[in-house]
Write a protein that binds this ligand. Structure first.
Ligand SMILES: [Zn+2]
Length: 285
């Protein structure tokens, strides 16, 4: 039977099978608090929520609040199954996430919207809301200063478990990189991702992700430079990723490439004509 494993202080986590993307198969739900408990993300696939309920029951304390990091199914799809058995906790999220989900979760009582910088207090545990968009427009992380832990949602994944997908139009690479800088500034605190192992230093994890995006960006810039006459996304895709990509990798790669091009466009370093051809803006590139 799945059970909670300790993270640090009162923070626990449990991995449950979810509708996530390879190479992952589970999403971690985090839990913290004092006499009352807070859950962070409920990504369990339908039929898997019972494991979470059983593990919570073992703790013998009520869950009053569920926080959702963002709207993706592998972070929210367990909500319907656990909501009533948990005693209808408040479900709190960024307003973008709450608006997106409200129609598909009609019976659920959404609590006050989360706001950036807000401090949640549960017993003697404090958690500060960090607005960290980029992977999703309403993405939030939680920083627990006393425990020196950041609950990351999909801002970062564990080391050696791939990279976070930034897929336009919801994904925004410029916003994502700003969010990475924001958590890197927290320094050497423990990073607790939804997928993969704990990150001993969130600063190092964020810098590694920024370096990876920087390398990819350099490849995209080089490919654009080779095409003064403009290039279509498919041509750039082959140059940046090679031509042996199978589905679904090719789909994710083309989304990632588009995210880079849109970032360069927002910075005035690339432009797009009405026929889907991309050009480098040589003066700024
Ligand atoms: Zn996600």
């Amino acid at each position: 039977m799945a059970a909670f494993e300790p993270v640090r202080g009162s923070i626990l986590r449990i991995g449950l099978p979810s509708y996530t993307l390879p190479p992952h198969e589970i999403t971690y739900t985090y839990l913290f608090g004092g006499d009352d408990l807070v859950l962070f993300d409920v990504g369990a696939r339908p039929g898997e929520g019972g494991k979470l309920l059983h593990a919570v029951e073992e703790l013998g304390k009520p869950v009053r609040t569920v926080i959702l990091s963002h709207h993706h199914p592998d972070h929210v799809s367990g909500l319907k199954e656990v909501y009533e058995p948990l005693g209808r906790p408040f479900v709190r999220a960024h307003p973008w996430t709450r608006e997106y989900l409200a129609s598909s979760f009609p019976g659920i009582r959404f609590g006050p919207d989360l706001s950036d910088g807000e401090v949640l207090k549960e017993g003697d545990v404090e958690a500060r809301v960090l607005y960290t968009p980029g992977h999703a427009p309403g993405h939030v992380s939680l920083y627990l200063p006393r425990e020196e832990v950041v609950l990351l949602g999909d801002l970062l994944v564990g080391e050696g478990s791939g990279t976070v997908v930034i897929a336009p139009p919801e994904g925004d690479l410029l916003a994502y990189e700003e969010s990475l800088h924001r958590v890197a500034a927290l320094g050497d605190v423990l990073g607790a991702p939804a997928h993969g192992d704990l990150l001993p230093s969130v600063e190092e994890g964020a810098k590694r992700a920024l370096a990876h995006k920087g390398e990819r960006e350099a490849q995209v810039v080089a490919a654009l430079r080779r095409h003064a006459e403009g290039a279509r996304l498919e041509d750039l895709l082959t140059q940046v990723y090679g031509d042996n990509l199978g589905e679904p990798v090719a789909f994710l790669a083309s989304k990632t490439l588009l995210a880079h091009l849109l970032k360069l466009e927002a910075q005035g370093r690339a432009r797009q004509d009405g026929e889907g051809r991309w050009y480098s803006d040589a003066e700024n590139l």
